[in-house]
Design a protein. Structure first.
Length: 598
Protein backbone atom coordinates (compact mmCIF):
# COMPACT_ATOMS: atom_id res chain seq x y z
CA UNK A 1 0.00 0.00 0.00
CA UNK A 2 1.52 3.37 -1.04
CA UNK A 3 1.24 6.67 0.83
CA UNK A 4 -1.83 7.86 -1.09
CA UNK A 5 -3.69 4.63 -0.38
CA UNK A 6 -2.81 4.89 3.31
CA UNK A 7 -4.19 8.42 3.40
CA UNK A 8 -7.38 7.42 1.63
CA UNK A 9 -7.91 4.61 4.11
CA UNK A 10 -7.46 7.03 7.02
CA UNK A 11 -9.82 9.58 5.48
CA UNK A 12 -12.53 6.95 5.24
CA UNK A 13 -12.49 6.60 9.05
CA UNK A 14 -13.75 9.94 10.41
CA UNK A 15 -12.53 10.84 13.86
CA UNK A 16 -9.55 8.49 13.64
CA UNK A 17 -7.02 10.87 12.15
CA UNK A 18 -5.37 14.01 13.44
CA UNK A 19 -3.20 16.48 11.59
CA UNK A 20 -0.17 14.99 13.35
CA UNK A 21 -1.11 11.48 12.18
CA UNK A 22 -1.74 12.75 8.68
CA UNK A 23 1.65 14.43 8.36
CA UNK A 24 3.39 11.40 9.82
CA UNK A 25 1.70 9.20 7.24
CA UNK A 26 2.21 11.63 4.36
CA UNK A 27 5.91 11.90 5.13
CA UNK A 28 6.39 15.10 3.18
CA UNK A 29 4.64 18.14 1.78
CA UNK A 30 5.20 16.73 -1.71
CA UNK A 31 2.82 13.87 -0.98
CA UNK A 32 0.15 16.33 0.15
CA UNK A 33 0.57 18.45 -2.97
CA UNK A 34 0.21 15.39 -5.16
CA UNK A 35 -3.24 14.58 -3.74
CA UNK A 36 -6.45 15.42 -5.61
CA UNK A 37 -7.83 18.87 -4.74
CA UNK A 38 -10.94 17.48 -3.00
CA UNK A 39 -8.76 15.31 -0.76
CA UNK A 40 -6.56 18.30 0.11
CA UNK A 41 -9.70 20.08 1.30
CA UNK A 42 -10.21 17.41 3.95
CA UNK A 43 -6.93 18.49 5.52
CA UNK A 44 -7.11 22.21 4.85
CA UNK A 45 -8.33 22.85 8.38
CA UNK A 46 -9.38 20.74 11.33
CA UNK A 47 -8.96 17.01 10.70
CA UNK A 48 -12.40 15.52 10.24
CA UNK A 49 -13.82 18.74 8.79
CA UNK A 50 -14.17 19.10 5.02
CA UNK A 51 -16.07 21.18 2.49
CA UNK A 52 -19.10 19.00 3.21
CA UNK A 53 -21.22 20.11 6.20
CA UNK A 54 -21.12 17.90 9.28
CA UNK A 55 -21.99 18.21 13.00
CA UNK A 56 -25.37 19.53 11.86
CA UNK A 57 -27.12 20.46 15.11
CA UNK A 58 -30.53 21.79 16.04
CA UNK A 59 -30.91 23.99 19.12
CA UNK A 60 -33.16 26.86 20.10
CA UNK A 61 -32.03 30.41 20.68
CA UNK A 62 -35.52 31.80 20.20
CA UNK A 63 -39.16 30.71 20.48
CA UNK A 64 -39.46 26.94 19.78
CA UNK A 65 -42.85 27.52 18.13
CA UNK A 66 -41.65 30.02 15.52
CA UNK A 67 -37.86 29.62 15.22
CA UNK A 68 -35.21 26.97 14.71
CA UNK A 69 -31.47 27.47 15.17
CA UNK A 70 -29.21 25.33 12.98
CA UNK A 71 -25.41 25.04 13.30
CA UNK A 72 -22.88 23.04 11.32
CA UNK A 73 -19.15 22.70 10.67
CA UNK A 74 -16.90 22.79 7.62
CA UNK A 75 -13.21 23.24 7.04
CA UNK A 76 -11.76 26.75 6.85
CA UNK A 77 -11.92 26.92 3.04
CA UNK A 78 -15.70 27.30 3.22
CA UNK A 79 -16.79 30.80 4.18
CA UNK A 80 -20.30 30.79 2.73
CA UNK A 81 -23.12 29.14 4.66
CA UNK A 82 -26.82 28.97 3.85
CA UNK A 83 -29.89 27.12 5.06
CA UNK A 84 -32.58 26.08 2.60
CA UNK A 85 -35.93 25.02 4.05
CA UNK A 86 -39.55 24.41 3.12
CA UNK A 87 -42.69 23.00 4.66
CA UNK A 88 -43.36 19.34 4.07
CA UNK A 89 -46.01 16.71 4.63
CA UNK A 90 -43.65 13.87 3.77
CA UNK A 91 -40.33 12.60 5.04
CA UNK A 92 -36.84 14.00 4.42
CA UNK A 93 -36.74 13.19 0.74
CA UNK A 94 -36.77 16.67 -0.76
CA UNK A 95 -37.37 20.39 -0.39
CA UNK A 96 -40.77 21.41 -1.78
CA UNK A 97 -43.54 23.99 -1.42
CA UNK A 98 -41.48 27.13 -1.96
CA UNK A 99 -37.90 26.85 -0.79
CA UNK A 100 -36.64 29.71 1.39
CA UNK A 101 -33.04 30.59 2.20
CA UNK A 102 -31.30 32.02 5.26
CA UNK A 103 -27.65 33.12 5.34
CA UNK A 104 -25.61 31.80 8.26
CA UNK A 105 -23.12 33.66 10.41
CA UNK A 106 -19.53 32.46 10.32
CA UNK A 107 -17.02 31.96 13.13
CA UNK A 108 -13.78 30.07 13.63
CA UNK A 109 -13.77 27.10 15.96
CA UNK A 110 -10.31 26.49 17.38
CA UNK A 111 -9.21 23.16 18.83
CA UNK A 112 -6.15 21.08 19.56
CA UNK A 113 -6.63 19.48 16.13
CA UNK A 114 -6.64 22.79 14.28
CA UNK A 115 -9.24 25.29 13.08
CA UNK A 116 -12.63 24.69 11.52
CA UNK A 117 -15.47 26.98 10.49
CA UNK A 118 -18.81 27.07 12.30
CA UNK A 119 -21.89 28.25 10.43
CA UNK A 120 -25.07 29.08 12.33
CA UNK A 121 -28.38 30.86 11.78
CA UNK A 122 -31.77 31.11 13.39
CA UNK A 123 -34.65 30.50 10.98
CA UNK A 124 -37.54 32.69 12.12
CA UNK A 125 -41.12 33.38 11.12
CA UNK A 126 -41.99 29.69 11.14
CA UNK A 127 -45.49 28.32 11.66
CA UNK A 128 -46.14 26.62 15.02
CA UNK A 129 -46.68 22.87 14.98
CA UNK A 130 -45.32 22.55 11.43
CA UNK A 131 -42.85 20.12 9.91
CA UNK A 132 -40.07 21.54 7.72
CA UNK A 133 -37.44 19.93 5.54
CA UNK A 134 -34.05 21.60 5.34
CA UNK A 135 -30.47 21.29 4.20
CA UNK A 136 -27.33 23.31 4.88
CA UNK A 137 -24.28 24.05 2.77
CA UNK A 138 -22.39 26.62 0.75
CA UNK A 139 -24.48 26.49 -2.41
CA UNK A 140 -22.41 23.66 -3.91
CA UNK A 141 -21.68 21.23 -1.10
CA UNK A 142 -24.87 20.31 0.76
CA UNK A 143 -25.86 18.17 3.69
CA UNK A 144 -28.53 15.57 3.16
CA UNK A 145 -32.10 16.78 3.61
CA UNK A 146 -33.32 16.50 7.20
CA UNK A 147 -36.43 17.69 8.96
CA UNK A 148 -37.56 19.43 12.13
CA UNK A 149 -40.96 20.25 13.61
CA UNK A 150 -41.78 23.48 15.42
CA UNK A 151 -43.51 23.41 18.78
CA UNK A 152 -47.26 23.73 19.03
CA UNK A 153 -48.04 27.19 20.41
CA UNK A 154 -48.92 26.92 24.10
CA UNK A 155 -48.28 23.17 24.10
CA UNK A 156 -49.42 21.41 27.26
CA UNK A 157 -48.80 17.83 26.14
CA UNK A 158 -45.36 16.79 24.90
CA UNK A 159 -42.42 14.49 25.54
CA UNK A 160 -38.69 15.11 25.89
CA UNK A 161 -35.66 12.94 26.66
CA UNK A 162 -33.03 13.46 29.35
CA UNK A 163 -29.58 11.87 29.10
CA UNK A 164 -26.97 11.60 31.81
CA UNK A 165 -23.23 11.61 31.18
CA UNK A 166 -22.43 10.37 27.66
CA UNK A 167 -18.65 10.55 28.08
CA UNK A 168 -16.29 7.77 27.03
CA UNK A 169 -14.61 7.25 30.40
CA UNK A 170 -11.20 7.00 28.71
CA UNK A 171 -9.20 9.94 27.42
CA UNK A 172 -6.88 8.13 25.03
CA UNK A 173 -9.64 5.89 23.65
CA UNK A 174 -12.64 8.10 22.95
CA UNK A 175 -15.25 5.33 22.97
CA UNK A 176 -18.70 6.67 22.17
CA UNK A 177 -20.35 3.52 20.81
CA UNK A 178 -22.33 3.05 24.06
CA UNK A 179 -23.63 6.62 23.69
CA UNK A 180 -24.47 5.94 20.06
CA UNK A 181 -26.38 2.75 20.88
CA UNK A 182 -28.19 4.36 23.79
CA UNK A 183 -29.28 7.59 22.11
CA UNK A 184 -30.51 5.64 19.09
CA UNK A 185 -32.42 3.19 21.27
CA UNK A 186 -34.00 6.09 23.16
CA UNK A 187 -35.07 7.93 20.02
CA UNK A 188 -36.29 4.78 18.26
CA UNK A 189 -38.60 4.14 21.22
CA UNK A 190 -39.66 7.81 21.45
CA UNK A 191 -39.79 9.30 17.97
CA UNK A 192 -42.40 11.75 19.24
CA UNK A 193 -39.85 13.37 21.61
CA UNK A 194 -39.65 17.11 20.88
CA UNK A 195 -36.06 17.65 22.10
CA UNK A 196 -33.44 16.17 24.37
CA UNK A 197 -31.41 17.44 27.30
CA UNK A 198 -27.93 16.23 28.18
CA UNK A 199 -27.09 17.05 31.81
CA UNK A 200 -23.33 17.40 31.25
CA UNK A 201 -20.13 15.46 30.64
CA UNK A 202 -21.10 15.03 27.03
CA UNK A 203 -17.43 14.25 26.41
CA UNK A 204 -14.60 12.82 28.47
CA UNK A 205 -12.18 15.59 27.57
CA UNK A 206 -13.85 18.68 26.17
CA UNK A 207 -10.57 20.35 25.18
CA UNK A 208 -9.52 17.30 23.13
CA UNK A 209 -11.50 17.58 19.92
CA UNK A 210 -11.37 13.94 18.88
CA UNK A 211 -13.90 13.38 21.67
CA UNK A 212 -16.28 15.90 20.09
CA UNK A 213 -15.82 14.32 16.67
CA UNK A 214 -16.82 10.94 18.08
CA UNK A 215 -19.69 12.36 20.14
CA UNK A 216 -21.19 14.08 17.13
CA UNK A 217 -20.70 11.05 14.90
CA UNK A 218 -22.60 8.94 17.43
CA UNK A 219 -25.73 11.11 17.45
CA UNK A 220 -25.57 13.02 14.15
CA UNK A 221 -28.79 11.64 12.69
CA UNK A 222 -30.70 12.59 15.86
CA UNK A 223 -29.37 16.06 16.72
CA UNK A 224 -30.23 17.19 13.19
CA UNK A 225 -33.85 16.11 13.77
CA UNK A 226 -34.70 17.18 17.33
CA UNK A 227 -32.99 20.01 19.21
CA UNK A 228 -30.27 19.31 21.77
CA UNK A 229 -30.39 21.61 24.82
CA UNK A 230 -27.32 20.70 26.88
CA UNK A 231 -25.88 21.51 30.26
CA UNK A 232 -22.13 21.76 30.65
CA UNK A 233 -20.29 19.23 32.84
CA UNK A 234 -16.90 19.32 34.48
CA UNK A 235 -15.38 17.16 31.73
CA UNK A 236 -16.15 19.85 29.17
CA UNK A 237 -13.44 21.89 30.91
CA UNK A 238 -10.69 19.24 30.86
CA UNK A 239 -7.64 19.62 28.68
CA UNK A 240 -5.41 16.90 27.31
CA UNK A 241 -3.21 16.66 30.43
CA UNK A 242 -6.22 15.73 32.58
CA UNK A 243 -6.23 12.26 34.11
CA UNK A 244 -8.94 10.53 36.10
CA UNK A 245 -7.01 10.56 39.38
CA UNK A 246 -8.38 8.96 42.52
CA UNK A 247 -11.31 9.52 44.90
CA UNK A 248 -11.19 13.07 46.18
CA UNK A 249 -8.93 14.01 43.27
CA UNK A 250 -8.83 17.69 42.29
CA UNK A 251 -7.80 18.57 38.73
CA UNK A 252 -4.18 19.73 38.73
CA UNK A 253 -3.31 23.26 37.71
CA UNK A 254 -3.43 23.66 33.94
CA UNK A 255 -5.67 20.65 33.33
CA UNK A 256 -8.91 22.64 33.11
CA UNK A 257 -10.01 25.56 31.00
CA UNK A 258 -13.19 27.43 30.32
CA UNK A 259 -15.40 25.21 28.12
CA UNK A 260 -14.49 26.87 24.83
CA UNK A 261 -15.65 24.14 22.42
CA UNK A 262 -18.89 23.58 24.31
CA UNK A 263 -19.73 27.29 24.39
CA UNK A 264 -19.04 27.88 20.71
CA UNK A 265 -20.77 24.80 19.32
CA UNK A 266 -24.15 24.99 21.07
CA UNK A 267 -26.22 27.99 20.05
CA UNK A 268 -28.68 28.41 22.90
CA UNK A 269 -30.56 31.43 24.33
CA UNK A 270 -28.13 34.16 25.36
CA UNK A 271 -30.21 35.24 28.35
CA UNK A 272 -27.90 34.00 31.12
CA UNK A 273 -25.66 36.05 33.39
CA UNK A 274 -23.22 38.29 31.52
CA UNK A 275 -20.10 36.36 30.58
CA UNK A 276 -21.72 32.97 31.21
CA UNK A 277 -24.51 33.24 28.65
CA UNK A 278 -24.19 29.78 27.14
CA UNK A 279 -23.22 28.04 30.38
CA UNK A 280 -26.37 29.35 32.08
CA UNK A 281 -29.57 30.04 30.16
CA UNK A 282 -33.30 29.40 30.17
CA UNK A 283 -36.09 28.77 27.72
CA UNK A 284 -39.78 27.95 27.63
CA UNK A 285 -41.44 25.07 25.83
CA UNK A 286 -45.20 25.04 26.12
CA UNK A 287 -46.22 25.21 29.77
CA UNK A 288 -42.75 24.41 31.13
CA UNK A 289 -39.90 26.76 32.06
CA UNK A 290 -36.41 25.27 31.86
CA UNK A 291 -33.33 26.83 33.48
CA UNK A 292 -29.76 25.57 33.11
CA UNK A 293 -26.91 26.63 35.38
CA UNK A 294 -23.17 25.93 35.44
CA UNK A 295 -22.01 23.86 38.44
CA UNK A 296 -18.29 23.76 37.60
CA UNK A 297 -16.97 26.12 40.27
CA UNK A 298 -13.99 23.83 41.03
CA UNK A 299 -12.85 23.78 37.42
CA UNK A 300 -13.72 27.26 36.17
CA UNK A 301 -12.88 29.63 39.03
CA UNK A 302 -9.53 30.55 37.54
CA UNK A 303 -7.49 33.70 37.82
CA UNK A 304 -8.77 34.71 34.39
CA UNK A 305 -12.40 34.28 35.43
CA UNK A 306 -11.85 36.22 38.65
CA UNK A 307 -10.29 39.03 36.63
CA UNK A 308 -13.31 39.10 34.34
CA UNK A 309 -15.76 39.30 37.23
CA UNK A 310 -13.97 41.30 39.95
CA UNK A 311 -15.78 41.24 43.27
CA UNK A 312 -18.32 38.70 42.05
CA UNK A 313 -17.98 35.00 42.63
CA UNK A 314 -18.79 32.43 39.97
CA UNK A 315 -21.72 31.11 42.02
CA UNK A 316 -23.00 34.52 43.19
CA UNK A 317 -23.25 35.67 39.60
CA UNK A 318 -25.52 32.74 38.80
CA UNK A 319 -27.49 32.97 42.04
CA UNK A 320 -28.59 36.50 41.17
CA UNK A 321 -29.54 35.44 37.66
CA UNK A 322 -31.36 32.27 38.77
CA UNK A 323 -33.41 34.17 41.35
CA UNK A 324 -34.57 36.69 38.76
CA UNK A 325 -35.18 33.99 36.16
CA UNK A 326 -37.37 31.82 38.38
CA UNK A 327 -39.15 34.78 39.94
CA UNK A 328 -40.24 36.12 36.57
CA UNK A 329 -41.68 32.99 34.97
CA UNK A 330 -45.39 32.25 35.13
CA UNK A 331 -45.17 28.81 33.54
CA UNK A 332 -47.06 25.95 35.15
CA UNK A 333 -43.95 23.77 35.54
CA UNK A 334 -40.40 24.74 36.50
CA UNK A 335 -37.45 22.47 35.80
CA UNK A 336 -33.79 23.27 36.60
CA UNK A 337 -30.84 21.37 35.12
CA UNK A 338 -27.19 21.35 36.22
CA UNK A 339 -24.47 18.74 36.22
CA UNK A 340 -23.16 18.22 39.75
CA UNK A 341 -25.39 16.70 42.40
CA UNK A 342 -26.56 18.44 45.59
CA UNK A 343 -28.17 15.10 46.54
CA UNK A 344 -25.68 12.56 45.28
CA UNK A 345 -25.57 8.78 44.97
CA UNK A 346 -21.80 8.40 44.74
CA UNK A 347 -19.92 7.31 47.86
CA UNK A 348 -18.63 10.53 49.39
CA UNK A 349 -18.34 13.06 46.56
CA UNK A 350 -20.38 15.92 47.97
CA UNK A 351 -21.22 19.29 46.51
CA UNK A 352 -22.10 21.21 49.67
CA UNK A 353 -21.06 24.63 48.35
CA UNK A 354 -23.22 24.16 45.27
CA UNK A 355 -26.12 22.94 47.39
CA UNK A 356 -25.88 25.97 49.68
CA UNK A 357 -25.74 28.35 46.72
CA UNK A 358 -28.57 27.08 44.53
CA UNK A 359 -31.01 24.87 46.45
CA UNK A 360 -32.55 27.62 48.62
CA UNK A 361 -33.40 29.60 45.47
CA UNK A 362 -34.70 26.54 43.63
CA UNK A 363 -36.95 25.61 46.55
CA UNK A 364 -38.04 29.20 47.26
CA UNK A 365 -39.59 29.41 43.79
CA UNK A 366 -41.17 25.95 43.96
CA UNK A 367 -39.16 24.28 41.21
CA UNK A 368 -40.79 20.93 40.54
CA UNK A 369 -37.81 18.84 39.42
CA UNK A 370 -34.04 19.26 39.25
CA UNK A 371 -32.16 17.02 36.82
CA UNK A 372 -28.51 16.25 37.63
CA UNK A 373 -25.79 13.94 36.30
CA UNK A 374 -22.19 13.47 37.48
CA UNK A 375 -22.74 10.38 39.66
CA UNK A 376 -23.86 7.92 36.96
CA UNK A 377 -26.49 6.20 39.10
CA UNK A 378 -30.24 6.77 38.87
CA UNK A 379 -31.82 8.23 41.99
CA UNK A 380 -34.94 10.18 42.93
CA UNK A 381 -35.22 12.02 46.22
CA UNK A 382 -38.18 12.69 48.43
CA UNK A 383 -39.58 16.16 47.78
CA UNK A 384 -37.13 18.41 49.67
CA UNK A 385 -37.29 21.93 51.03
CA UNK A 386 -34.66 23.43 53.30
CA UNK A 387 -32.90 20.05 53.52
CA UNK A 388 -36.03 18.55 55.09
CA UNK A 389 -37.99 15.74 53.41
CA UNK A 390 -41.59 16.68 52.52
CA UNK A 391 -44.62 14.42 52.16
CA UNK A 392 -45.87 15.99 48.93
CA UNK A 393 -44.29 17.33 45.72
CA UNK A 394 -46.38 20.47 46.27
CA UNK A 395 -44.19 21.20 49.31
CA UNK A 396 -40.72 20.57 47.91
CA UNK A 397 -38.44 19.87 44.96
CA UNK A 398 -37.61 16.40 43.64
CA UNK A 399 -33.93 15.97 42.71
CA UNK A 400 -33.45 13.38 39.97
CA UNK A 401 -29.99 12.01 39.11
CA UNK A 402 -30.37 10.69 35.57
CA UNK A 403 -27.75 7.93 35.39
CA UNK A 404 -25.27 7.43 32.59
CA UNK A 405 -25.92 7.43 28.86
CA UNK A 406 -22.38 6.53 27.79
CA UNK A 407 -19.47 4.25 28.51
CA UNK A 408 -18.37 5.33 32.00
CA UNK A 409 -19.70 3.85 35.24
CA UNK A 410 -18.77 3.79 38.93
CA UNK A 411 -18.68 0.91 41.41
CA UNK A 412 -19.24 2.96 44.58
CA UNK A 413 -22.86 4.02 44.19
CA UNK A 414 -25.53 3.49 46.84
CA UNK A 415 -29.00 4.51 47.93
CA UNK A 416 -28.86 7.44 50.33
CA UNK A 417 -31.30 8.29 53.10
CA UNK A 418 -32.81 11.08 50.95
CA UNK A 419 -33.61 8.72 48.06
CA UNK A 420 -37.10 7.34 47.48
CA UNK A 421 -35.69 5.43 44.53
CA UNK A 422 -32.20 4.28 43.55
CA UNK A 423 -30.88 2.09 40.75
CA UNK A 424 -27.25 1.25 40.10
CA UNK A 425 -26.79 1.81 36.36
CA UNK A 426 -23.59 -0.16 35.93
CA UNK A 427 -25.01 -2.91 33.72
CA UNK A 428 -25.91 -0.63 30.79
CA UNK A 429 -26.61 2.99 29.85
CA UNK A 430 -30.10 4.44 30.02
CA UNK A 431 -32.16 7.60 29.78
CA UNK A 432 -35.19 9.39 31.21
CA UNK A 433 -38.42 9.95 29.30
CA UNK A 434 -40.35 13.00 30.52
CA UNK A 435 -44.01 13.29 29.54
CA UNK A 436 -45.94 16.48 30.22
CA UNK A 437 -49.73 16.24 30.14
CA UNK A 438 -51.18 19.51 31.38
CA UNK A 439 -50.99 19.42 35.19
CA UNK A 440 -49.28 16.01 35.17
CA UNK A 441 -45.57 15.25 34.70
CA UNK A 442 -44.34 11.65 34.43
CA UNK A 443 -40.66 10.71 34.59
CA UNK A 444 -39.69 7.26 33.40
CA UNK A 445 -36.14 5.90 33.82
CA UNK A 446 -35.41 3.38 31.08
CA UNK A 447 -32.45 1.10 30.44
CA UNK A 448 -31.01 0.93 26.93
CA UNK A 449 -32.74 -2.41 26.35
CA UNK A 450 -36.14 -0.84 27.09
CA UNK A 451 -36.52 -2.07 30.67
CA UNK A 452 -38.31 0.53 32.79
CA UNK A 453 -36.72 0.82 36.24
CA UNK A 454 -38.67 3.77 37.65
CA UNK A 455 -41.91 5.56 36.85
CA UNK A 456 -42.85 8.63 38.86
CA UNK A 457 -45.75 11.03 38.29
CA UNK A 458 -46.43 14.42 39.85
CA UNK A 459 -50.01 15.68 39.69
CA UNK A 460 -49.82 19.41 40.19
CA UNK A 461 -53.60 19.87 40.32
CA UNK A 462 -54.00 17.58 43.33
CA UNK A 463 -50.55 18.06 44.88
CA UNK A 464 -50.06 14.29 44.88
CA UNK A 465 -47.56 11.90 43.37
CA UNK A 466 -47.48 8.28 42.25
CA UNK A 467 -46.07 6.21 43.76
CA UNK A 468 -47.09 8.30 46.73
CA UNK A 469 -44.30 9.68 48.87
CA UNK A 470 -43.91 7.77 52.13
CA UNK A 471 -41.47 9.51 54.44
CA UNK A 472 -38.95 7.45 56.40
CA UNK A 473 -39.71 6.79 60.05
CA UNK A 474 -38.12 9.01 62.66
CA UNK A 475 -35.20 7.36 64.44
CA UNK A 476 -35.90 6.45 68.07
CA UNK A 477 -32.31 7.31 69.00
CA UNK A 478 -30.37 10.12 67.31
CA UNK A 479 -28.75 8.47 64.29
CA UNK A 480 -25.51 9.55 62.62
CA UNK A 481 -25.80 9.84 58.82
CA UNK A 482 -22.44 10.04 57.02
CA UNK A 483 -22.39 11.20 53.38
CA UNK A 484 -26.06 10.23 53.17
CA UNK A 485 -25.35 6.70 54.46
CA UNK A 486 -26.97 5.36 57.63
CA UNK A 487 -23.95 4.58 59.82
CA UNK A 488 -25.97 2.44 62.28
CA UNK A 489 -24.23 4.54 64.94
CA UNK A 490 -26.25 6.53 67.47
CA UNK A 491 -25.26 9.85 69.00
CA UNK A 492 -26.00 10.49 72.67
CA UNK A 493 -27.23 13.50 74.57
CA UNK A 494 -25.16 14.50 77.60
CA UNK A 495 -26.93 17.40 79.20
CA UNK A 496 -27.44 19.95 76.44
CA UNK A 497 -24.57 18.60 74.36
CA UNK A 498 -24.67 15.94 71.62
CA UNK A 499 -21.76 13.54 71.43
CA UNK A 500 -20.87 11.38 68.45
CA UNK A 501 -19.06 8.01 68.74
CA UNK A 502 -15.77 8.12 66.86
CA UNK A 503 -16.46 4.81 65.19
CA UNK A 504 -18.76 6.70 62.80
CA UNK A 505 -15.65 7.10 60.64
CA UNK A 506 -15.76 3.37 59.95
CA UNK A 507 -19.13 3.61 58.24
CA UNK A 508 -19.27 1.60 55.04
CA UNK A 509 -21.75 1.76 52.21
CA UNK A 510 -22.95 -1.07 50.05
CA UNK A 511 -23.15 -1.30 46.30
CA UNK A 512 -26.14 -3.06 44.78
CA UNK A 513 -24.21 -4.05 41.66
CA UNK A 514 -21.69 -6.02 43.73
CA UNK A 515 -24.35 -7.84 45.71
CA UNK A 516 -24.56 -5.41 48.61
CA UNK A 517 -21.04 -5.98 49.88
CA UNK A 518 -19.31 -3.10 51.69
CA UNK A 519 -16.91 -1.31 49.38
CA UNK A 520 -15.58 1.61 51.43
CA UNK A 521 -15.06 2.98 54.93
CA UNK A 522 -14.34 6.62 54.03
CA UNK A 523 -10.59 6.03 53.87
CA UNK A 524 -10.11 5.25 57.57
CA UNK A 525 -7.30 2.83 58.43
CA UNK A 526 -5.89 1.27 61.58
CA UNK A 527 -8.99 1.97 63.64
CA UNK A 528 -8.49 0.77 67.21
CA UNK A 529 -10.46 1.47 70.37
CA UNK A 530 -10.33 0.67 74.05
CA UNK A 531 -12.14 1.87 77.14
CA UNK A 532 -9.81 4.89 77.24
CA UNK A 533 -8.84 5.68 73.65
CA UNK A 534 -9.90 5.63 70.02
CA UNK A 535 -7.18 5.84 67.38
CA UNK A 536 -7.22 5.81 63.58
CA UNK A 537 -5.67 7.29 60.46
CA UNK A 538 -7.92 9.44 58.31
CA UNK A 539 -6.84 11.32 55.18
CA UNK A 540 -3.23 10.37 55.99
CA UNK A 541 -3.40 12.04 59.43
CA UNK A 542 -3.19 9.94 62.60
CA UNK A 543 -5.56 10.78 65.44
CA UNK A 544 -5.67 9.51 69.01
CA UNK A 545 -8.56 10.59 71.25
CA UNK A 546 -8.22 9.96 74.97
CA UNK A 547 -11.17 9.95 77.37
CA UNK A 548 -11.07 12.97 79.68
CA UNK A 549 -8.58 14.85 77.49
CA UNK A 550 -8.85 17.71 75.00
CA UNK A 551 -5.52 16.79 73.41
CA UNK A 552 -5.67 14.87 70.14
CA UNK A 553 -2.54 12.75 69.83
CA UNK A 554 -0.80 12.45 66.48
CA UNK A 555 -2.04 15.85 65.26
CA UNK A 556 -2.07 19.46 66.35
CA UNK A 557 -5.83 19.48 66.91
CA UNK A 558 -7.44 20.32 70.24
CA UNK A 559 -10.99 19.48 71.36
CA UNK A 560 -13.22 22.18 72.82
CA UNK A 561 -14.42 19.68 75.46
CA UNK A 562 -12.84 16.44 76.73
CA UNK A 563 -13.65 13.17 75.01
CA UNK A 564 -16.06 10.98 76.97
CA UNK A 565 -16.80 7.27 77.26
CA UNK A 566 -20.45 6.34 76.72
CA UNK A 567 -21.94 2.90 76.03
CA UNK A 568 -18.44 1.50 75.72
CA UNK A 569 -17.43 3.94 72.96
CA UNK A 570 -15.17 6.99 72.90
CA UNK A 571 -17.17 10.05 71.88
CA UNK A 572 -16.54 13.71 71.15
CA UNK A 573 -18.85 16.70 70.89
CA UNK A 574 -20.67 17.01 67.56
CA UNK A 575 -19.11 20.46 67.11
CA UNK A 576 -15.64 18.93 67.51
CA UNK A 577 -16.34 16.55 64.64
CA UNK A 578 -16.44 19.72 62.56
CA UNK A 579 -13.56 21.51 64.26
CA UNK A 580 -11.15 18.55 64.30
CA UNK A 581 -12.14 16.26 61.42
CA UNK A 582 -13.65 18.85 59.09
CA UNK A 583 -17.15 17.38 58.75
CA UNK A 584 -20.09 19.76 58.44
CA UNK A 585 -22.67 19.01 61.11
CA UNK A 586 -26.45 19.39 60.80
CA UNK A 587 -29.21 18.08 63.05
CA UNK A 588 -32.52 17.12 61.41
CA UNK A 589 -35.31 17.09 63.99
CA UNK A 590 -37.83 15.48 61.61
CA UNK A 591 -35.61 12.39 61.35
CA UNK A 592 -33.82 12.76 64.68
CA UNK A 593 -30.57 12.42 62.77
CA UNK A 594 -27.21 14.15 62.56
CA UNK A 595 -25.93 14.60 59.02
CA UNK A 596 -22.16 14.68 58.52
CA UNK A 597 -20.42 15.48 55.24
CA UNK A 598 -17.67 17.62 53.82
Amino acid sequence: MDKKDELLELVQKPGNISRRAFLKTAGSLAVLLSLPVDLRNVFAASPGASVAPDHVTLTWSGDPATTQTITWRTNTTVSNGVIQYSTTTTGRAALTNGVQTVTAALETLKSDLGDANLHSAMVSGLRPGTKYNYRVGDGVNWSSVSSFTTAVAGATSFKFLVFGDSQSGIIGTPEYTPWQNNVHAAYAANTDAKFFINVGDLTECGQNYVHWNNWYAACQDIINTIPAMPSEGNHETYSSNYNSGSPGWIPPSGSTAEPYEYVHQFKVPQNGPAGLNTQAYSWDFGNVHFAIIDSQYDEEVTAELKARFPGTTFLDLQKTWLENDLKNTQKQWKIVIFHKTPYYNKANRTNELLKTAFCPIIEKYNVDVVFNGHDHGISRTYPIKGDVFQNSPSKGTVYYVTGRSGNKYYTDLSKKVWDQFFYDANDMPGYVVAQVNGSSLTLKAVKQNGTVVDTYTINKASGTDSPATVLPAKYAATRVIVYGNDSNVNAVQNGSTRYIPLNFVKVGYTNSYTGGTPVSNLGVTNFTSSTTQAAFTYNQVSYTFTVGSTTVGGSTKTLTSPAILQDGMVMIKADDVTNVLGFAYRYDSSLNAIFLAK
